[in-house]
Design a binder for this molecule. Sequence first.
Ligand SMILES: Cc1cc2nc3c(=O)[nH]c(=O)nc-3n(C[C@H](O)[C@H](O)[C@H](O)COP(=O)(O)OP(=O)(O)OC[C@H]3O[C@@H](n4cnc5c(N)ncnc54)[C@H](O)[C@@H]3O)c2cc1C
Ligand code: FES
Length: 277
Amino acid sequence: MITTSQHPSAITAQVMENLEVAPGHYRMSLCLPDFFDLPHPGQFVMIREPGREEPLLSRPFSVYGFRKENDQGILDLLYRVVGRGTAFFSHLREKSSVSVLGPLGKGFTMPTSVRNAVLVAGGVGVAPLNFLLQQFHERASDFREVGITAYVGARTSALLVGMDRLEGFCDLRVSTDDGSLGYRGAVTDLLERDLGSYPQDTTWIYGCGPSGMILSLSRLVRPTSLRCQVSLEERMACGFGACLGCAVKTTDSQGVTNYRRVCSEGPVFDIRELSQI
Ligand SMILES: Cc1cc2nc3c(=O)[nH]c(=O)nc-3n(C[C@H](O)[C@H](O)[C@H](O)COP(=O)(O)OP(=O)(O)OC[C@H]3O[C@@H](n4cnc5c(N)ncnc54)[C@H](O)[C@@H]3O)c2cc1C
Ligand code: FES
């Protein structure tokens, strides 16, 4: 796992599949050499098309799924096309080469004392939480007693991605802004209705989504003693701690303010540490 500003080297992976799963949303599966480290949920990779000069910088994506198959690692990403980098990626075809740096950063804490894991996702924020769910199931001997509930929101039902990997694997609660599926409104409003039913000492909330969702989650959780970690999706340049381009302001439990790098000291933070939200 790379957590400091050492200069890691990228490896070349081959695209196995790059499928449009919803309008403007793609699932890309990459075939990696066996020595690629097993990622931890919440970690991410930096992706770039080798040899292409534009866009110059690699782009960060959370690990959406990972498995070993025939001595190779299969890494799944789930991404939304928002600009030039993601538009380039959406045109990659089977057998294209991609440069991959990672797994990077620090992921979610999975304490064995947890009894309720509550996942809260907005849009493609479902990606790292899906991998977290997968890991809770794969490490069943440690997490047999954990009840997992996923709250997943999107603007409209057509943009609810990653549902195939949630349905049947957790208690799934869905919201859409337009009411086309599930609860009509924000995913955090849906969570708010249930929040009092979760025991405060054994429940962990894990979130990922747009900044507005993280802000609402912070307002919900702060008055409680529920543990809550969120994965941030700051803009990044180097991705491994060298450029300071991704720093966020944090305040620890003693009130000490600091700037921490999302790429190497995150992207997962305790929500109460984040002073900017
Ligand atoms: C740790 C981490 C994990 C991520 N995981 C995923 C993931 O699993 N799936 C996914 O779809 N995206 C994810 N992102 C966001 C993704 O990296 C950006 O959407 C991508 O870099 C945009 O590249 P681009 O060249 O297409 O857009 P650009 O041309 O760079 O930007 C296009 C537009 O998108 C905005 N934008 C760019 N990056 C971000 C960002 N990080 N947050 C908000 N707005 C942004 C820009 O301000 C601009 O308006 C993650 C980001 C981080 C830091
Ligand atoms: S992106 Fe360079 S330090 Fe985080």
